[in-house]
Design a protein around this ligand. Structure first.
Ligand code: FER
Length: 345
């Protein structure tokens, strides 16, 4: 396990702003506003106004150093397209899901020079509510291609395959997501589709490295919630995990959108006794998240109380947006690099 950062650990770069403590009240009002504009959920993303100034602040020209420090913002160096780097492209494919009883789609980002002669680690990346397998691939502002491509080109991480599934694992094709208990159930069923159908399909179809050290899981919002849930249930499968701006509902909760019965109880927010834990387990959220507010902070506090190692950090000024997504992905890859450099195989 890499460095465990509780609350505001000392190796977090960037300032923390006091407004974090007041997020609760602000959020319920803003969340109501957000619920009026559900179109913003289709991409899973809110506006990204904080981006420019914050990127400028982070335009450190310093050389990358592999260490365990969290950097709140993805440096420009990694989220910007370079002329000398070949980036992978997303393509779309399908697999048969026994769990859902139907053919289901996914998007996949293969490295530019993908070859069957090599084998690659895989990141499963889970979208937000109302999203689908196109949510990430259709949004060029999350810079996934650039972050993965640049970090691999610089030799920080191995070339990595990114798989973006459709996380709504309904058995009835007519069922659609909504903010009520029954309509969100298919998201909780995704663990079965992922483990029993999609992962075997990916492992049979592409030249991938298998095992937890080569299998990463990350998600944003509703995808962050399922990322935490899946990780707690199946920690032996995923060695490197990042839940970005995780949505409520893992434990019983109430917000302006709905009442959540909870997937597990607060005392179950832990790894089973004797279970292998992820090498890296990051939970992060913007300090100005207008949709999930302080629920990620609550997850961090419960995990800490229950003794589950993880890294918690906040992204100063970020909303429910791509600033948070870029930060989470960058830091996940940086922690992977650090962890693997500390324990090479
Ligand atoms: C909720 C608040 C936010 C919720 C889901 C979300 C199912 C998800 C937001 C997103 O994915 O962007 O109460 O309940």
């Amino acid at each position: 396990m890499t460095a465990v950062i509780s609350a505001c650990g000392s190796n977090i770069q960037g300032e923390n702003d006091m407004s974090t403590n007041n997020v609760n009240e602000e959020v319920s009002v803003e969340a109501e506003n957000a619920s009026e504009d559900l179109s913003s959920f289709a991409s899973g993303i809110q506006s990204d106004e904080t981006e420019q100034s914050s990127d400028e602040e982070n335009n450190t020209a310093s050389e990358f150093e592999i260490n365990g420090d969290i950097e709140e913002r993805c440096p420009i160096k990694y989220d910007t397209r370079r002329s000398d780097v070949s980036y992978g492209e997303f393509s779309h494919s399908t697999y048969y899901s026994e769990t859902c009883g139907m053919e289901r789609g996914y998007s996949i980002l293969l490295p530019a020079d993908y070859s069957e002669d090599k084998a690659y680690p895989v990141l499963y990346l889970l979208h937000g509510i109302f999203g689908d397998e196109y949510s990430f691939s259709n949004d060029g502002n999350n810079k996934i291609k650039e972050i993965v491509g640049n970090m691999a080109a610089d030799g920080i991480i191995e070339e990595t395959i990114v798989v973006c599934p459709n996380m709504y694992a309904a058995t009835d094709p007519a069922q659609k997501p909504a903010f009520d208990s029954e309509s969100v159930l298919p998201y909780d069923n995704f663990i079965n589709d992922l483990v029993n159908d999609l992962m075997p399909h990916i492992e049979e179809t592409y030249s991938v490295l298998t095992g937890r050290d080569n299998t990463y899981l990350a998600g944003f919002s509703m995808g962050g919630r399922e990322t935490i849930f899946i990780t707690l249930q199946r920690p032996e499968l995923f060695g490197y995990v990042c839940a970005i701006s995780a949505a409520p509902g893992i434990v019983p909760a109430q917000d302006s959108f709905m009442t959540h019965a909870g997937q597990i109880s607060e005392s179950e927010m832990r790894f089973a006794e004797g279970a292998v834990e992820p090498n890296v387990f990051i939970i992060c959220c913007g300090t100005r998240d207008s949709v999930v507010g302080t629920f990620p902070l609550q997850y961090h506090e419960l995990l800490e109380t229950n003794g589950a190692d993880h890294i918690w950090y906040e992204i100063n000024g970020a909303d429910h947006d791509n600033t948070a997504i870029k930060s989470g992905l960058y830091n996940l890859f940086k922690q992977i690099a650090y962890d693997k450099s500390a324990s090479p195989d």
